[in-house]
Design a protein around this ligand. Structure first.
Ligand code: SF4
Ligand code: ZN
Length: 150
Protein backbone atom coordinates (compact mmCIF):
# COMPACT_ATOMS: atom_id res chain seq x y z
CA UNK A 1 0.00 0.00 0.00
CA UNK A 2 1.32 3.46 -0.88
CA UNK A 3 2.42 5.77 1.90
CA UNK A 4 -0.39 8.19 2.68
CA UNK A 5 1.07 10.07 5.65
CA UNK A 6 1.22 13.83 5.40
CA UNK A 7 4.40 15.88 5.37
CA UNK A 8 5.32 16.83 8.96
CA UNK A 9 3.86 20.18 9.92
CA UNK A 10 7.23 21.63 10.91
CA UNK A 11 8.64 20.94 7.45
CA UNK A 12 5.68 22.64 5.81
CA UNK A 13 6.04 25.72 8.03
CA UNK A 14 9.75 25.89 7.36
CA UNK A 15 9.23 25.90 3.60
CA UNK A 16 6.42 28.44 3.88
CA UNK A 17 8.61 31.12 5.40
CA UNK A 18 11.59 30.31 3.23
CA UNK A 19 9.52 31.28 0.20
CA UNK A 20 9.50 34.83 1.53
CA UNK A 21 13.21 35.23 2.21
CA UNK A 22 14.43 38.58 0.83
CA UNK A 23 17.77 36.95 -0.03
CA UNK A 24 16.18 34.35 -2.30
CA UNK A 25 16.93 36.25 -5.48
CA UNK A 26 20.14 37.91 -4.33
CA UNK A 27 23.61 36.64 -5.21
CA UNK A 28 24.67 34.63 -2.11
CA UNK A 29 28.17 36.08 -2.43
CA UNK A 30 26.84 39.42 -1.25
CA UNK A 31 26.15 37.82 2.14
CA UNK A 32 29.65 36.29 2.28
CA UNK A 33 31.62 39.35 1.23
CA UNK A 34 32.94 41.44 4.15
CA UNK A 35 33.03 44.50 1.90
CA UNK A 36 29.28 44.22 1.28
CA UNK A 37 28.30 43.60 4.88
CA UNK A 38 26.30 46.83 5.05
CA UNK A 39 24.24 45.95 1.97
CA UNK A 40 23.55 42.45 3.25
CA UNK A 41 22.53 43.74 6.66
CA UNK A 42 20.19 46.26 5.04
CA UNK A 43 18.43 43.56 3.04
CA UNK A 44 17.86 41.53 6.22
CA UNK A 45 16.67 44.46 8.33
CA UNK A 46 14.73 46.56 5.84
CA UNK A 47 13.44 44.09 3.28
CA UNK A 48 13.03 40.67 4.83
CA UNK A 49 9.60 39.78 6.22
CA UNK A 50 10.88 36.55 7.77
CA UNK A 51 13.91 37.77 9.70
CA UNK A 52 12.49 36.40 12.98
CA UNK A 53 12.19 32.90 11.58
CA UNK A 54 15.63 33.14 10.00
CA UNK A 55 17.12 34.34 13.31
CA UNK A 56 15.55 31.48 15.26
CA UNK A 57 16.86 29.00 12.72
CA UNK A 58 20.42 30.29 12.63
CA UNK A 59 20.57 30.46 16.43
CA UNK A 60 19.55 26.81 16.62
CA UNK A 61 21.82 25.65 13.81
CA UNK A 62 24.93 27.48 15.03
CA UNK A 63 24.52 27.20 18.80
CA UNK A 64 27.79 26.20 20.44
CA UNK A 65 29.88 26.63 17.29
CA UNK A 66 33.09 28.60 17.06
CA UNK A 67 33.42 31.64 14.81
CA UNK A 68 35.36 29.60 12.26
CA UNK A 69 32.32 27.34 11.76
CA UNK A 70 30.05 30.25 10.85
CA UNK A 71 29.79 32.27 7.66
CA UNK A 72 28.54 35.55 6.31
CA UNK A 73 25.66 37.75 7.30
CA UNK A 74 22.49 35.96 8.43
CA UNK A 75 19.42 37.64 9.94
CA UNK A 76 21.27 40.97 9.86
CA UNK A 77 24.20 39.76 11.96
CA UNK A 78 27.72 38.96 10.82
CA UNK A 79 29.29 35.59 11.67
CA UNK A 80 31.63 37.32 14.14
CA UNK A 81 28.72 39.03 15.88
CA UNK A 82 26.72 35.79 16.10
CA UNK A 83 29.72 34.09 17.63
CA UNK A 84 30.26 36.88 20.15
CA UNK A 85 26.58 36.78 21.13
CA UNK A 86 26.28 33.02 21.57
CA UNK A 87 26.85 32.27 25.25
CA UNK A 88 27.22 28.55 24.44
CA UNK A 89 29.97 29.04 21.87
CA UNK A 90 33.63 28.36 22.67
CA UNK A 91 35.71 31.53 22.86
CA UNK A 92 39.43 31.15 22.36
CA UNK A 93 42.29 33.43 23.15
CA UNK A 94 42.47 36.07 20.43
CA UNK A 95 38.73 35.94 19.66
CA UNK A 96 36.75 39.16 19.96
CA UNK A 97 35.21 39.50 23.41
CA UNK A 98 31.82 37.96 24.24
CA UNK A 99 28.93 40.41 23.97
CA UNK A 100 26.27 40.58 26.68
CA UNK A 101 23.43 43.05 27.00
CA UNK A 102 22.18 44.62 30.21
CA UNK A 103 19.41 46.79 28.80
CA UNK A 104 21.38 50.04 29.08
CA UNK A 105 22.45 50.02 25.41
CA UNK A 106 21.72 53.46 23.98
CA UNK A 107 19.55 53.54 20.85
CA UNK A 108 21.48 54.86 17.86
CA UNK A 109 24.63 52.92 18.76
CA UNK A 110 25.86 49.77 17.08
CA UNK A 111 25.51 47.86 20.34
CA UNK A 112 21.82 48.75 20.63
CA UNK A 113 21.26 47.67 17.03
CA UNK A 114 22.94 44.34 17.80
CA UNK A 115 20.69 43.87 20.83
CA UNK A 116 17.56 44.52 18.77
CA UNK A 117 18.77 42.11 16.09
CA UNK A 118 19.83 39.31 18.45
CA UNK A 119 16.81 39.54 20.75
CA UNK A 120 14.43 40.05 17.82
CA UNK A 121 13.30 43.44 19.06
CA UNK A 122 11.82 46.08 16.69
CA UNK A 123 14.41 48.35 15.06
CA UNK A 124 13.58 51.93 16.03
CA UNK A 125 14.31 54.98 13.89
CA UNK A 126 17.32 56.05 16.01
CA UNK A 127 19.01 52.68 15.58
CA UNK A 128 18.16 52.60 11.89
CA UNK A 129 19.50 56.10 11.20
CA UNK A 130 22.59 55.27 13.27
CA UNK A 131 23.21 52.29 11.00
CA UNK A 132 22.71 54.38 7.86
CA UNK A 133 25.16 57.02 9.15
CA UNK A 134 27.80 54.40 10.02
CA UNK A 135 27.36 52.82 6.57
CA UNK A 136 27.95 56.19 4.90
CA UNK A 137 31.04 56.80 7.03
CA UNK A 138 32.44 53.34 6.28
CA UNK A 139 31.80 53.79 2.55
CA UNK A 140 33.65 57.11 2.69
CA UNK A 141 36.57 55.47 4.50
CA UNK A 142 36.63 52.61 1.95
CA UNK A 143 36.75 55.00 -1.00
CA UNK A 144 39.54 56.98 0.72
CA UNK A 145 41.54 53.75 1.00
CA UNK A 146 40.79 52.88 -2.66
CA UNK A 147 41.97 56.33 -3.76
CA UNK A 148 45.11 56.03 -1.64
CA UNK A 149 46.14 52.68 -3.18
CA UNK A 150 45.23 53.53 -6.80
S1 SF4 B 1 16.96 37.70 7.36
FE1 SF4 B 1 17.65 35.64 6.71
S2 SF4 B 1 16.15 35.03 5.19
FE2 SF4 B 1 15.99 37.25 5.43
S3 SF4 B 1 17.34 38.15 3.90
FE3 SF4 B 1 18.52 37.95 5.79
S4 SF4 B 1 19.57 35.97 5.63
FE4 SF4 B 1 17.90 35.97 4.10
ZN1 ZN C 1 17.25 51.10 19.26
Amino acid sequence: MAYTGSVPDTAVRRLDWMDQMACRDVDPELFEDDDQEHEARTICIARCPVRSQCLARVKTMERGKHRDQRDGVVAGLTYVERHRLDADAPHHQGDAEVLKFDGTERCGTHLALLRHLWLDEPIDSKCWSGKVKRDRKNRGAASDVARAVS
